[in-house]
Design a protein around this ligand. Sequence first.
Ligand SMILES: Cc1cc2nc3c(=O)[nH]c(=O)nc-3n(C[C@H](O)[C@H](O)[C@H](O)COP(=O)(O)O)c2cc1C
Length: 295
Amino acid sequence: MNHNFKVNYERCVKCGLCIENCPTKALEYDDYKSSKMEKPKNCMLCQHCFAICPVGAISIMGKNPDESNEIKQINSDDLLNLIQSRRSVRKYKQENADKEIIQKLKNMLNYVPTGKNNHSLHFSFIEDIATMNDFRGKVNTTIVNFFNKKPIQFLSKQFSKFEKMKNAILNGNDVIFRGAPHLICASAPIDSSCPSQDGIIALSYFELYANSLGLGTCWCGYGQAVLKMFPEFIEYLQVPKGYIPIYVMLFGPKDIEYKRTTQPNPYTFTTIEKQDLEINIFNRIKRTFWNIIKR
Ligand SMILES: Cc1cc2nc3c(=O)[nH]c(=O)nc-3n(C[C@H](O)[C@H](O)[C@H](O)COP(=O)(O)O)c2cc1C
């Protein structure tokens, strides 16, 4: 791990914030009350030292603090409105999104948080509608052929969901990809600490930012199921070796405009208060068992 931690001593005001704020206690005071990398193995390259320094005295991994963006106060009402007005879009213009907007989305993805800051996600993008149509066509043909095979045909009749999907595809209804011109698939190394969480967080950020840039998005559970059932499409999306696809999201210029936010029924919330801890071994086994099963 090359952290390349450097302090600009002409700038350093010896405030110690970088040392205090390091989540893994990798930094220590040096002999001049400035900071040094004491335990490089602890460093997870989160750049908190770099971000907190009031005078931009710290450089890590060769980054120049003067090239960072300033932190602006955002309008929380606007952010809430974005969250409230985001909708799953299932009607898209048959055109490519602006290349610059796609580039902005890619740049944003570099900032999403990952467990242990492993920062090892991979994103497959279908950026051209012609490629998307090729992918769509191949997936739909594979599904129809699969469910037309004799034993599967029997099963598919039993599972009316599959039968319905096959018939919809045959009727020219794009039930899987919703006519979207683009797709993003987040994948993560199988052995990373939280592959699913990392991928889903990244796509959640993607969804909101894409909406703020005027694009529509839709989580694509069916697309994810296709990748599970027909791994040749994992190859098509060039998911790197040792990586698993976490989820698929559709996106593109939308051909629909919503006029108001929805009014979802409120969730239940529990406010927890101080209490005595009761240790019930039966409950512990039951909870642990369910936690394992659910995984
Ligand atoms: C994990 C996940 C998977 C989804 N998969 C699909 C899908 O395959 N096809 C689809 O049309 N919508 C899919 N959706 C969208 C939901 O059906 C959608 O959230 C719901 O219709 C509510 O609409 P809204 O997102 O506009 O609030 C998915 C949503 C989530 C969160």
